[in-house]
Design a protein around this ligand. Sequence first.
Ligand code: KG4
Ligand code: ZN
Length: 333
Amino acid sequence: MTRVLGIETSCDETAAAVVEDGERLLSNVIASQVNLHARYGGVVPEVAARKHLESIIPVIETALEQAGCTWHEIAAIAATQGPGLPGSLLVGFNTAKAIAYARDLPLIPLNHLEGHVYANWLLEARDGGPAPVFPAVSLIVSGGHTDLMVMYDHGVYERLGRTRDDAAGEAFDKVARLLGLGFPGGPLIERAAREATSRKLELPRAWLHGTYDFSFSGLKTAVLRLVREHAGSYSVAEIAAAFQDSIIDVLVTKTIEAAVQVNARMILLSGGVAANRALKAAMEERSPVPVRVPPPHLCTDNGAMIAAAGYFHYGTGLQDMLAADVVPSLRLE
Ligand code: KG4
Ligand code: ZN
């Protein structure tokens, strides 16, 4: 029985969780800053870093308390090293490093995107089903990333495609702002789209044929033009639905093409946009192989995914813990 404490502060959630054997969630504490940033219409890095500093110790203490465990039962600390906002990353990572050093625990530096993928190993994401199997095609869709990867084994990734401009979540956020819906945009667009009574409006899809890359900025511009030139012809709900349909169609089509091409045995969805139930439904409907999607609260940033991923790196050893540092532009290859 191995319990890993996961710490995540790459953006605007201060999060810590205890996970047993990479799959059993014992606690999952998230101090969200969303209300703090909503008035600015986006995350303000300096404000985020200061708030992390205030929250990090209480969040970690609460995670241990809710897990009903003491430091003696923690085998390792996993913390997000990157990618993310430098000031935010520094708070969680340095706290993890200090505690690990003081308590003589292994420190496991983690890629935030790998964390998202590993949310699929938590029992909550499996609904009684088996753990994910390889090769798997992994679509990571978050506020900063749209990455289509093949996962051949634990920690072995090959990138097939990525976005050439806006990330999927970024597109949701920008379009929500254009439609006057607020921040963060994903859940608000999803809710608005559900209210659409007509599906007559169709927005463009950037297929970028022959590649597994994505592009969403044209779609955003199409919405902008629609709002400016045809205001009144369509309801916000109709535009939200057409936008969401377009983005989902491209994400699903490319992910399934990739799964067929590499003979994937499973599709793993993750990242904040995977919280979108319409995306989940479309992927499940069209996929020839089983689709895994964590429940919404494990799609958006959390510590459990970091602890789950940390378990699979447990024992790999970090040569020089004190020299470890954050890497704001860390990539997953
Ligand atoms: O993974 P995440 O919590 O943070 C990053 O690593 O970026 O993703 C946040 C993104 C935001 O852009 C947010 O609008 C989007 O995920 N998101 C959604 C939904 N919930 C969150 N997008 C579409 N539908 C949702 N239900
Ligand atoms: Zn994230």
